[in-house]
Design a protein around this ligand. Structure first.
Ligand SMILES: *Cc1c(COP(=O)(O)O)cnc(C)c1O
Ligand SMILES: [Zn+2]
Length: 433
C-alpha cells in the first residue's frame, strides 16, 4: 500500500501534490489520483491478491490510501452470481449479476467509495465529513463516520424514500434535507465545503472516492477467472462507477494480470425520467444537456452528472451503448430479478435489469456471450416502489377449512387458469413452428 504519487488533471495532464481537491486550476478539468505503476507491477500478482482479505482491500495496492483503511475494513468482495433463470428469460446462457445489494455495511456499492474517501479524510486530518447525496451515499457516509468517530453532515433532497432518511439518522448523522433537486443540493454543498472546510466525500475528495469504485471492477475480473465479460450494463447517476469499472480492467491488463485483452462493451442504464447520459449516447451529442429529474429511481436521479461526459465516452469507445426505461419498467425490473433470482434490488437495479432486458431484445448480445449486470443497491431501502403493486397478504382464521377455502379461491383456481393459458401459448408456438 502507498503507491500514490500525486494527482493529475484528466484533461491537460497538469500534476499536483496529493491533496483534497478535485478540479484543475489551469483548465478546470477533473483531477485523478496518479499511481506509481512500476512499483505496483513489481509487487502485485494474482497470488498476492488471492492471499488478501475477502474484502475490497485485497486490491489495496491499487487503491489511493497511504496506510491501512481506518473505516470500512469489511467492505466489498460481494458475490458474482450466475443468473440462470434470469438468463433464460433474456435468452442468455452466461448472464451474471454482480450483487452489491449485499455490500457491507449499508447495502449499496457506495460503501466502496466511502470506505476509501473517509479513510482518506482521516489521513488528511479531517474530523468532519459530509456529502451531497441521492440517498445511498449519505447512508454510507453516516455509517462510516460513526465507525470512525467523525462528525457527519449529510445533505439530501427532501423527497427521498423513508428508509434512506432513517438510514442516516440511526447512525447519529446530522441530516440536512434540502427543498430542491440533487443538483441544487450539490451546488449548495460546494459552497458549504468552501466555507466550512469539511471533507465532502464526493466533492473535494472525489478523486479518491471515485477510485473506490475500481474495486467493483477488479472483483468482477477475478471472479470471472481473470477475464472481463463481453458486455457490462451499469446504472448511471453522476457517471462515476461506469467509468471506473473499465478503468480497473485496463489497469489489470497493464499489470499483465488478465488472460485476454479487455474487449468489453459497456452500456449505460438510466430512468427515462432522468436520462441525460443515455440521451447523449443515443443521440450522438457532443455535449450533455442537463435535466430536471422526475422518476422513482431517485438514487440515480442526477440531472447534471459530474462525470456524464466520460460516462458517454466509455460507452462509445467500447462499442457499447445506452438505454433508458420508464418507471413502470423499473418496477417490472425489480420484480423480474426478485422472481427469477431471489434478489431484491432497489429502483436503480430495476432500471438496470429492465435496460438489460431491452438490450437483449434488441439483439445486442449473442446467446453464449458473457454479460454482467451491475446491481448496486438493496430493495429494502425503497419498498415504496413496489408496495402498491403487490397483492395484500391473505388473512384467515386458524382452521384448515378456512385455508381450504382461501386456497381454492385465491391460489388453486388462478393458478390453474394461468397454467391453462401457458399451455395454450406453448401449443400455439408449436403449431407455428
Ligand atoms: C450512486 C448510485 C449509482 C451510480 O453512481 P455514479 O457513480 O454516481 O454513477 C448506481 N446505483 C446506486 C444504487 C447508487 O446509489
Ligand atoms: Zn487541467
Amino acid at each position: 500500500m502507498g503507491f500514490v504519487q500525486g494527482m493529475r488533471c484528466r484533461e491537460c495532464g497538469a500534476e499536483y501534490e496529493k491533496q483534497p481537491t478535485h478540479v484543475c486550476e489551469l483548465c478546470f478539468g477533473p483531477l485523478e489520483v496518479a499511481y506509481d505503476w512500476d512499483a505496483i507491477k513489481r509487487r502485485v500478482t494474482r497470488e498476492s491478491i488471492a492471499r488478501g482479505p475477502f474484502s475490497m482491500w485485497r486490491y489495496a495496492d491499487l487503491l489511493p490510501l497511504d496506510g491501512d483503511p481506518t473505516v470500512g475494513r469489511q467492505v466489498g468482495f460481494t458475490p458474482l452470481i450466475k443468473a440462470e433463470r434470469l438468463g433464460a428469460r433474456l435468452g442468455l446462457r452466461n448472464l451474471y449479476i454482480k450483487n452489491d445489494a449485499v455490500n457491507h455495511p449499508t447495502l449499496s456499492f457506495k460503501d466502496r467509495v466511502v470506505a476509501v474517501a473517509l479513510s482518506k479524510a482521516r489521513e488528511f486530518g479531517y474530523t468532519t465529513v459530509a456529502c451531497a447525496s441521492t440517498g445511498n451515499l449519505a447512508n454510507s457516509v453516516a455509517a462510516h463516520a460513526a465507525e470512525g468517530g467523525l462528525e457527519c453532515y449529510v445533505f439530501i433532497p427532501s423527497d427521498l424514500e423513508q428508509n434512506k432518511v432513517l438510514g442516516n439518522l440511526v447512525y447519529g448523522a446530522n441530516v440536512i434535507k434540502i427543498d430542491g433537486t440533487y443538483d441544487e443540493v450539490n451546488r449548495l454543498c460546494a459552497e458549504v465545503g468552501d466555507k466550512y472546510g469539511w471533507a465532502f466525500a464526493n466533492i473535494n475528495l472525489r478523486p479518491f472516492y471515485g477510485d473506490g469504485s475500481k474495486s467493483y471492477g477488479y472483483e468482477i475480473a477475478e471472479q470471472l477467472g481473470w477475464k472481463t465479460p463481453d458486455h457490462l450494463i451499469v446504472p448511471c447517476a453522476g457517471g462515476s462507477l461506469i467509468t471506473k469499472i473499465p478503468k480497473a480492467w485496463y489497469e489489470l491488463e497493464k499489470l499483465g494480470l488478465l488472460d485476454a485483452p479487455v474487449t468489453t462493451k459497456v452500456y449505460a442504464a438510466q430512468a427515462s425520467g432522468c436520462n441525460p447520459i443515455t440521451t447523449m449516447i443515443k443521440t450522438g451529442a457532443e455535449v450533455l444537456r442537463p435535466q430536471r429529474p422526475n422518476t422513482i429511481a431517485k438514487s440515480i436521479a442526477i440531472g447534471n452528472p459530474a462525470d456524464g461526459y466520460y460516462a458517454a465516452d466509455i460507452c462509445r469507445k467500447t462499442g457499447g451503448g445506452a438505454e433508458d426505461v420508464c418507471d413502470d419498467d423499473v418496477i417490472a425490473g425489480i420484480r423480474l430479478l426478485a422472481e427469477t433470482e431471489g434478489i431484491w434490488t432497489e429502483t436503480a437495479g430495476g432500471v438496470t435489469v429492465s435496460v438489460a432486458q431491452r438490450l437483449a431484445a434488441q439483439g445486442r448480445f449473442e446467446r453464449d456471450e458473457v454479460v454482467v449486470i451491475a446491481i448496486t443497491g438493496n430493495g429494502l431501502k425503497t419498498p415504496e416502489a413496489i408496495r402498491d403493486q403487490l397483492i395484500a397478504n391473505v388473512g384467515i382464521a386458524p382452521s384448515l377449512s378456512a385455508f381450504d377455502t382461501v386456497f381454492d379461491e385465491k391460489y388453486r383456481l388462478p393458478q390453474a387458469t394461468l397454467q391453462a393459458a401457458r399451455l395454450a401459448e406453448k401449443e400455439r408456438e408449436l403449431a407455428a413452428a
